[in-house]
Design a protein around this ligand. Structure first.
Ligand code: SF4
Ligand code: SF4
Length: 288
């Protein structure tokens, strides 16, 4: 193969990859990455994906780690047909913006402290407004610190938190809350429940459990992590702020995205370089 032909092929594969189409080992076979709305697909869209996999691929759909459907083993000559068929049901190849936003199913979950899907839908709108085009940027949100959206492994990650407080006169010392806390943050002192704030992760389960309403909600909102990264150079994101309203969390997300767009790298790279405190200062400037 001549050097120029090699360069041409290499360039095309790179271009395709950035447009949600990944070359496979097999000759002229590709895998297509489908854009989802915060991991949601309606039944019509699911049928369409299955139909495309059957007619143009090998009848297989692969759901990768971030919940993104990938349709493997597609001949490149079908890509345009598929693009049009996806459009018919309001879908597209993941070819612009950022990686699929990752979320757990939101308000159906009994442990939810906030609505992660509502926040992510609003962030999706901001991404379009900012005209961001970097599929390496990852955002996720979950409703509670169980963090099923793995907030800590994303450029920007959110989960919902609730701060509990014991209403001392109401506590009858029944100890029912003690085993509920998975973090062993509740102890009894003189027959009154006491919460160790160092151990508490703000899941809110003790509030829901106390039959005497003796543990009350002090604050509620989103915790925000930045700088997480998965893959071969895994790095956990760092918490930069907590107990934000949805509106405040949206502003923080928009500020972070502006920084990532300007710097053209992911959040982990910036934080490794400047540290989390300076990133916070950059964020203050970019949210003004
Ligand atoms: S369950 Fe409620 S009443 Fe019982 S010890 Fe815990 S806080 Fe007090
Ligand atoms: S909020 Fe969760 S972690 Fe904190 S004390 Fe209650 S049960 Fe334990």
């Amino acid at each position: 193969m001549t050097r120029s032909r090699y360069r041409e092929l290499h360039f095309n594969v790179g271009e395709l990859r950035r447009s949600g189409v990944v070359k496979l080992k097999e000759n002229d076979m590709y895998s297509m990455w489908v854009k989802t709305a915060c991991c949601n697909l309606n039944s019509k869209q699911l049928r369409k994906i299955a139909d495309i996999a059957e007619r143009y691929g090998r009848g297989v759909v692969h759901f990768v780690v971030r919940g993104s459907p990938k349709i493997p083993c597609i001949d490149k000559s079908y890509l345009e047909n598929i693009r049009q068929e996806l459009q018919e049901v309001g879908m597209k190849i993941l070819d612009r913006g950022i990686d699929n936003l990752q979320s757990y199913f939101g308000n159906y979950c009994t442990e939810n402290n906030v609505d992660p899907q509502s926040l992510l839908r609003r962030i999706e709108g901001k991404i379009e407004g900012l005209d961001l085009n970097n599929l390496n940027i990852k955002i996720s949100a979950a409703g509670c610190p169980n963090s099923c959206g793995i907030a800590q492994l994303n450029d920007i990650g959110f989960y919902g938190v609730v701060e509990p407080e014991v209403d001392i006169p109401k506590c009858i010392g029944c100890e029912l809350c003690v085993p509920v806390c998975k973090r062993n943050a509740i102890e009894m002192e003189d027959d009154i429940a006491v919460i160790d704030k160092e151990k508490c992760v703000y899941c809110g389960q003790c509030i829901a459990m106390c039959p005497f309403d003796a543990i009350v909600e002090k604050r509620r909102g989103f915790a925000v992590f930045v700088g997480g990264r998965d893959g071969e150079d895994t790095r956990l994101g760092e918490i930069i702020t907590e107990f934000l309203s949805e509106e405040e969390a949206l502003r923080v997300a928009e500020g972070c995205l502006r920084i990532l767009k300007e710097k053209k790298v992911n959040a982990a790279t910036i934080i490794d370089e400047v540290g989390v405190e300076e990133f916070r200062e950059m964020l203050v400037l970019s949210t003004r």
